[in-house]
Structure formats: structure tokens, C-alpha cells
Design a protein around this ligand. Structure first.
Ligand SMILES: [Zn+2]
Length: 252
């Protein structure tokens, strides 16, 4: 728990950003060794945007997003835009990291498994093919929600990770009908880095098994770094996605 004094006049956006930045997992990308073969190299534009979002400084010239919304100089709109270009790639990267890590600890998993669905027919993101805990296979569903989205600010400006936790609770409700043979876990993370409690539990268990399997005590840190980098790449794609592809910027 991090305590800090914030003036009553501090805006909700700044409060949410500072609370998020104080969480250990949110700055893991800063600790990653920039290695292209390991996938831990942050491209210059991604690095610039990651630093800018963490510091709350300008990232772009105000312009109009393809969705019609005005994007201010902080660029935050892209992180929660419904047309967000980074959403799919970030979601896919998160699931791939989980699946590969599970394979490393001898728990091979498949994505979007058939035969496992929630009440509305949608499938979860992944499932192990062998028991994970108490004889049950792990079924997970991951999501990355925006710390700074106007709908999340009432929560995230008071407590770090509150949007991720709310998203996890929503997913757990949707999957409560799954059979007892499944060990369901929601994996909620946020654009500014915090994890929800369920994601923290999953990554803690996975880190312990990675250390045990590989014998490398840094294995847990590497996992956190890969997740953190995937989030930053998604953020960069989302912000760039608000910019028109043509030669003219619809500047205000
Ligand atoms: Zn938009």
C-alpha cells in the first residue's frame, strides 16, 4: 500500500494516474532489458508514449478521432475509444503470454476452447488441457480496461486497480455457471498498468511455477515485464489509431 498526499484540487485523472503509477506492476516495463529476440524491446514511439502517459504530459496535437470524438493533447481518448486499434492486439498478446507461460510449466493450453461457454454462448479466452488446481483445469478470460476512461475515473481516482477489479467481478458473474470441473479465473489489467486481485493471484501462481520449472528466480519478473510491455504496446497502437491515415490531420 502506497500513501501519498494529494491536494483536494488534484483532478480525478491525475489522481488515477498517480495511484496507478504507484503500483509495483505498472512500472515493470521500465525494468525490462530491451532485447528484440526476447520481445522486451520497446520501440521508440511506444517508449515515448509509455513515458508520457506515466507522467501525464502531452503526446499529440489535438485532433479528431475517426469515431468523431475530439482527442486532446494528452491523447487519453484513444485508450478507451470504441474503435481502439490497440484493443485486439493487446488482448491477443496478453492471452498469448499466458498460454506460452502455461506451456513452459507443462500445462499446455488452448485459446477459445470449444465446449466451454458462458450463459450468452461466448467462449472464454483459454483453458489448460491438464488440471491446474485441486484437480480442475484452469479456464481464464482476460481483459484490459482503461484506467482513465471517464466511466472508470470515479473508482480509479480513489484506488489503484479498481477498474480492473470491477471488470474481473463482471467476468466472474458471467462465468458463474461453469461446471465444477473448471477453475475459472478472470484476468483484469488496466492501461496504466495495475492488475486486479484475480489477475494478481493467477500471475503469482504462474510465477511460482515458472521459477520451479525453469530454476530461474527471475522468471516471475520476466512474466510481469512481458505483460507490462504488451499493455504499453496496446496503448501506443490505441493512441496512434485515433490519428487519420490520410495526409491531413483534422486539427482544431
Ligand atoms: Zn475515438
Amino acid at each position: 500500500m502506497v500513501y501519498c498526499y494529494l491536494s483536494p484540487s488534484t483532478t480525478a485523472t491525475t489522481r488515477a494516474r498517480l495511484f496507478a503509477a504507484a503500483e509495483k506492476e505498472s512500472g515493470q516495463w521500465l525494468h525490462a532489458y530491451p532485447s528484440p529476440p526476447s520481445g522486451t524491446y520497446l520501440e521508440p514511439d511506444t517508449l515515448r508514449l509509455a513515458v508520457s502517459l506515466r507522467l501525464g504530459v502531452k503526446v499529440c496535437t489535438p485532433h479528431r478521432c475517426p469515431c468523431g470524438t475530439t482527442v486532446d493533447e494528452l491523447g487519453h481518448h484513444g485508450l478507451s475509444c470504441q474503435l481502439s486499434a490497440g484493443r485486439l492486439s493487446r488482448h491477443s498478446a496478453l492471452n498469448d503470454i499466458i498460454r506460452r507461460s502455461l506451456a513452459t510449466v507443462n500445462a499446455p493450453a488452448i485459446l477459445e476452447p470449444n465446449g466451454v461457454s458462458r450463459d450468452d454462448g461466448k467462449r472464454p479466452d483459454g483453458m489448460t488441457l491438464v488440471p491446474w488446481k485441486m484437480g480442475r483445469v484452469l479456464v481464464w478470460d482476460a481483459t484490459c480496461v482503461d484506467t482513465l476512461a471517464p466511466s472508470h475515473l470515479p473508482r480509479t481516482s480513489n484506488r489503484a486497480g479498481a477498474a480492473a477489479e470491477a471488470a474481473e467481478i463482471k467476468k466472474m458473474t458471467k462465468y458463474r455457471g461453469l461446471g465444477h470441473q473448471y477453475h475459472f479465473r478472470a484476468v483484469g489489467v488496466e492501461t496504466l498498468g495495475p492488475w486486479g486481485p484475480s489477475a494478481r493471484e493467477v500471475f503469482k501462481e504462474l510465477s511460482a511455477k515458472l521459477k520451479e520449472t525453469t530454476g530461474d528466480q527471475r522468471a516471475g519478473s520476466f512474466l510481469s515485464q512481458r505483460i507490462s510491455i504488451a499493455i504499453q504496446r496496446g496503448n501506443a497502437a490505441s493512441i496512434f489509431g485515433t490519428m487519420p491515415r490520410g495526409p491531413y490531420l483534422d486539427v482544431f
